[in-house]
Write a protein that binds this ligand. Structure first.
Ligand SMILES: C[S@@+](CC[C@H](N)C(=O)[O-])C[C@H]1O[C@@H](n2cnc3c(N)ncnc32)[C@H](O)[C@@H]1O
Length: 252
């Protein structure tokens, strides 16, 4: 049997299960495993975020809102919106924000907490929207979980109006080597026990640590955006590169 934590977990190829359901995805990110894992953490998702990020998630969300710069009556797609917490800053500006996700469990919690939002079920690799629909598209802590990253970036491009923008907020790689070492230690050693105390599904947070380590660095993600068609691609590091905000534009 594979260990849930510790060195063996990092090499493990498969998901863990309980009561017949998937509790954590593996790094090949099978969509049904990812959706099932988020269904499982949905109830305590927002609380766990606050605790594990030491409250930094609120700072990061403020920066995303500034980067998206949503205006009244603009149409904004918040992809992989989960419980729609990431959608709220855009809604507050008077923009029309569509939170979209493929975990029905996360959407259910979102609908209960924010019944006025048009939460929409949809897969990032096959978005249920017409071409050239949104003024801005954004995805916070979601892209890393999508199996086909390049397809999702192309789909985001397709549904954006010419002249529109994308903002991606995702965990990244700290740029200062000593800090990177301390942070990696936090991810691999401190995070799983803290998650065990707070989350409804601590195994999901082993996946979190593994998927962050395996995720492309800042220039590599920028290159993916360019390949999907986005222009004027740039990024900004937050918290020393723990998180990076990438932005790009669809040529008018
Ligand atoms: C870490 S949560 C982020 C939720 C929210 N954006 C936030 O910042 O709190 C990641 C979300 O990505 C969603 N997701 C992963 N792959 C997806 C896909 N292919 N299509 C749609 N949603 C996806 C999951 O269901 C999950 O709700």
């Amino acid at each position: 049997m594979r260990p849930a934590y510790g060195p063996g977990a990092a090499e493990s190829p498969g998901p863990c299960c309980h009561n017949g359901g998937v509790t954590r995805a593996s790094l090949d990110k099978q969509p049904h495993e990812v959706a099932s894992m988020f269904d499982d953490v949905a109830e305590r998702y927002d609380l766990t975020n606050d605790v594990l990020s030491l409250g930094q998630d609120r700072v990061w969300r403020r920066e995303v809102a500034k980067a998206v710069d949503a205006r009244p009556a603009q149409k904004i797609l918040d992809l992989a919106a989960g419980t729609a917490t990431s959608s709220l800053p855009f809604a507050r500006t008077g923009a029309y924000v569509v939170p979209c996700d493929f975990s029905l469990g996360m959407l259910r919690v979102g609908k209960r907490n924010h019944p006025w939002l048009p939460l929409t079920a949809g897969d990032a690799t096959k978005l249920p929207f017409k071409d050239d629909t949104f003024d801005a598209v954004t995805i916070s802590f979601g892209l890393r979980n999508v199996q086909e990253t390049d397809t999702a970036l192309s789909e985001l491009y397709r549904v954006t109006k010419p002249g529109g923008r994308v903002v991606i907020c995702e965990f990244s790689h700290p740029t200062w080597a000593p800090f990177r070492t301390v942070y990696t230690e936090y991810l691999m050693r401190a995070l799983p026990p803290v998650a065990r105390a707070v989350s409804s599904n601590p195994d999901a947070y082993v996946y979190l640590a593994e998927s962050i380590r395996a995720w492309p660095n800042q220039p590599e993600l920028a290159e993916k955006l360019r390949k999907a068609g986005w222009s004027k691609v740039a990024w900004r590091n937050l918290t020393g590169g723990v998180v990076a905000l990438h932005r790009g534009f669809k040529t008018a």
